[in-house]
Every structure is written in structure tokens, then in C-alpha cells.
Design a protein around this ligand. Structure first.
Ligand SMILES: Nc1ncnc2c1ncn2[C@@H]1O[C@H](COP(=O)(O)OP(=O)(O)O)[C@@H](O)[C@H]1O
Ligand SMILES: [Mg+2]
Length: 247
């Protein structure tokens, strides 16, 4: 796999007196499915927005596939894509039209080939001619991920991919995400503990903009001295010393 690692160094973003992301330092390997886990307001979306060059950090740096988000954002944008919390699917276009639109605005060499590939990968055949607004939340989210995949990103960001979905739609999306595993680097944010545990190779726990711990679900359980991941999360999140714990 080409270099699709993510190296984050002291990344910081403030909004007035609020520190949304507080000197985040983190390395993510090529091909890893990495979870940023934290309750609402932890700083997950702000982190994703900085890494995907949608907003500038106040200080710090990050290198995606070796390219700097500060000085090489155009190069970074070429190798990433994202499916955001506010699903960016055009409601009045059909699924097929949404995908083709994405392929065309990115100027992909073989747009129809790229569209056909993701239709196949995500099994979208049955909804291709449906207007996006007529689809369920789960299907809309799937289409949003498909739109991000049209550009064959080396690094894919999924911001709360299953937010607000029912349990069956969540499981279906988990399968989609598992199917993408090791084909690209994936950074997923979630506040669902079971989702992080089921999907992610490693998990970073964030609270109040700070990184509290990083490791596999098993490592985090061991670190917290708990048998369940939920208990481990609560233990780590409620420790107030604010120091990162390496495992
Ligand atoms: N554009 C903004 N202006 C002011 N405050 C913001 C803005 N974006 C996020 N915040 C604040 O930053 C903190 C982190 O937000 P966010 O990154 O969205 O967290 P998460 O995605 O983990 O829920 C929150 O307190 C939020 O209210
Ligand atoms: Mg968010």
C-alpha cells in the first residue's frame, strides 16, 4: 500500500476561550481502521475537519500520506475523502446521478467505471434510480460513503457514520465498513462504544478536546482494569488528570 499514514503533532484548535482540540498527537498506520471515540463535544469533528483541510489548525501539524495539511493541502485533498455528519447527498438527484456528479466534479479519468465499481462494492444496485430523498437514513448514509469512495481515497474519514440510525441499519453499515477494511486507511468517529469495539483496530478516547488513551479495545480494558469496554471507557473518560496514557 502507498503511504497512507496519518501523523498528527500537537494539533490545536480553539473557538474563543474554548479549546476544541488540545494539542493532539497521534500516529495512524497505513491501512488501519482507527476510531476516535468520545461523547458529544469531545472534539472529534473538529479533528476530522482539520485533517481533511476544511478548517485550519491554530497550531500544530499533521501529515497525511507524507503531505502537510498546513503547507500542502491541495496534495492532501487529492488522497482523502470524507463522509460527514451532515450527509452531503443531493436529495433531488437519483443515487446514480449523485455518484456520477461526484465522479465528474473530481474529474476522474473513467467516471462511469468508478461509479460502477462503488455500486458493486456497496451493493447499491436496487436503489440506483431512486431519488436520494426517498431513501431511509441508513441508505442515505451508505450513498454518502459511496460518494466518498468514487475518488478511490487512500485515506477515508467517516464522521459518526451511524448517527441516528436504527439497529439494523447500523449493523448493515458496519458490514459495509468492515468490507473496506485494509483497502485504505479509515478514520472513524463515533460515540457508540460497541461500534468502536466491533470495528476498529485501535481506538483513541477523547474528552474535552484531549486525548486520554490509545490502544486496541483489549488494551484499553486492561489499562482501565475493567472487563467490559463500556466500563473501561467510563473509567478513562472520568479520570481528570488530563494526561494521555500510552499502552
Ligand atoms: N464553529 C464552531 N464555533 C464555536 N465552537 C465550536 C465550533 N465547532 C465546534 N465547536 C465547539 O467545539 C467543541 C468540540 O466540538 P466537535 O468537534 O463538534 O465535537 P464532537 O464532534 O466530538 O461532538 C464543542 O464544545 C463545540 O461546541
Ligand atoms: Mg461531531
Amino acid at each position: 500500500m502507498e503511504n497512507s499514514s496519518v501523523v498528527i503533532k500537537n494539533l490545536r484548535k480553539t473557538f474563543g476561550s474554548l479549546t476544541a482540540v488540545n494539542d493532539l498527537t497521534l500516529d495512524i498506520a497505513s491501512g488501519e481502521l482507527f476510531g476516535l471515540l468520545g461523547v458529544n463535544g469531545a472534539g472529534k469533528t473538529t479533528t476530522i475537519k482539520m485533517l481533511s483541510c476544511l478548517t485550519k489548525p491554530d497550531s500544530g501539524e499533521a501529515f497525511l500520506g507524507g503531505k502537510s495539511i498546513v503547507t500542502e493541502s491541495n496534495e492532501v485533498k487529492r488522497i482523502i475523502n470524507l463522509s460527514t455528519q451532515e450527509t452531503a447527498v443531493a436529495p433531488k438527484l437519483t443515487v446514480k446521478e449523485n455518484l456520477r456528479f461526484m465522479a465528474d466534479i473530481y474529474g476522474i479519468d473513467d467516471p462511469q467505471g468508478a461509479v460502477d465499481r462503488v455500486i458493486n462494492e456497496l451493493s447499491l444496485g436496487s436503489v440506483l434510480d431512486r431519488k436520494a430523498k426517498t431513501l431511509s437514513g441508513g441508505w442515505q448514509r451508505k450513498v454518502s460513503i459511496a460518494m466518498a469512495l468514487v475518488t478511490s481515497p487512500r485515506i477515508l474519514f467517516l464522521d459518526e457514520p451511524t448517527l441516528g440510525l436504527d439497529v439494523l441499519a447500523r449493523r448493515e453499515l458496519w458490514n459495509v465498513i468492515k468490507g473496506l477494511k485494509s483497502k485504505m486507511t479509515i478514520i472513524l468517529t463515533t460515540h457508540y462504544l460497541d461500534e468502536a469495539e466491533a470495528l476498529c483496530d485501535r481506538i483513541a478516547i477523547m474528552t474535552g478536546g484531549c486525548l486520554r488513551a490509545v490502544g486496541t479495545a483489549d488494551e484499553l480494558k486492561k489499562l482501565a482494569g475493567k472487563d467490559s469496554f463500556e466500563d473501561a471507557f467510563i473509567e478513562i473518560a472520568e479520570r481528570s488528570n488530563g494526561k494521555e496514557e500510552a499502552v
